[in-house]
Design a protein around this ligand. Sequence first.
Ligand SMILES: N[C@@H](CCC[C@H](N)C(=O)O)C(=O)O
Length: 288
Amino acid sequence: MNAPTIRYKKMNGLGNEILVVDLRADRLALTPEMVRAVAAAPRSGFDQMMVLLPPRAQGIDATVRIYNNDGSLSGACGNGARCIAALVMQETGGSAATFETAAGLLNAWDAGDGLITVDMGPPDFNWETIPLAEEFRDTRAIELQIGPIDAPILHSPSALSMGNPHAIFWVDDVEAYDLSKIGPLLENHPVFPERANISLAQVTSREAITLKVWERGAGLTRACGSAACAAAVAAARKKLTERAVTVTLPGGPLRIDWRESDDHVLMTGPWELEYEGAVSVETAAPAA
Ligand SMILES: N[C@@H](CCC[C@H](N)C(=O)O)C(=O)O
């Protein structure tokens, strides 16, 4: 048994709890078991942990590994991306940052007024890479429903990947559902072989969506940046909204712009550094 000390910065993006662990100059090998232990400790609880690792090429500020609080990995975390971009910009004195994630390169820049824009890349509608368990003629009409067959509570979500899998259910009132109850059922539905982030989306105008999210591997969160991007893209694709919208989550609003010129989704929002700390977690795994 050893108990390595993990230093962290506790941040949030619209109340989405982010823990940044900078291992760019540290050879500590984190395991999912250690990640879960950090998440369970009193001051270091989080929705996502953003682990910064040494960059593998010039021009990149860090390689980023994204963990959910259940120890699983994700390819994207929009709110976390704004947090680490803010830290890197403070460190370099620059106005932009570039990261490599499991889903590809991520560029972010200072948008003024304390906001950061992240280029979340293009959406992916391919059923094999979302991934879904089988091909649907139209991923906008996935045969997924919850509740009685003749009176389903929720049905026909849109599905797409923003580097991580999302399902968006269209509702008249996001408050009319208990997402803490139905979220886990939908997250783990067999149609999603790698589970999925589950959103309830209420389109309130051509430029506005209200969203609540049950996150894969983390549960109910106050905000989810990639889900906001996924909902905005899916709504525009269904011609419910324009390509530029404000998505309002329990933690506040995000500005999303699905850029026509290159198909990339731009997400703009705030970030906050709350405090710094350290936690020791007992592990059977030897330190690298
Ligand atoms: N909160 C994030 C998304 C985090 C990852 C997600 N739970 C997954 O497993 O894909 C965001 O802001 O995008």
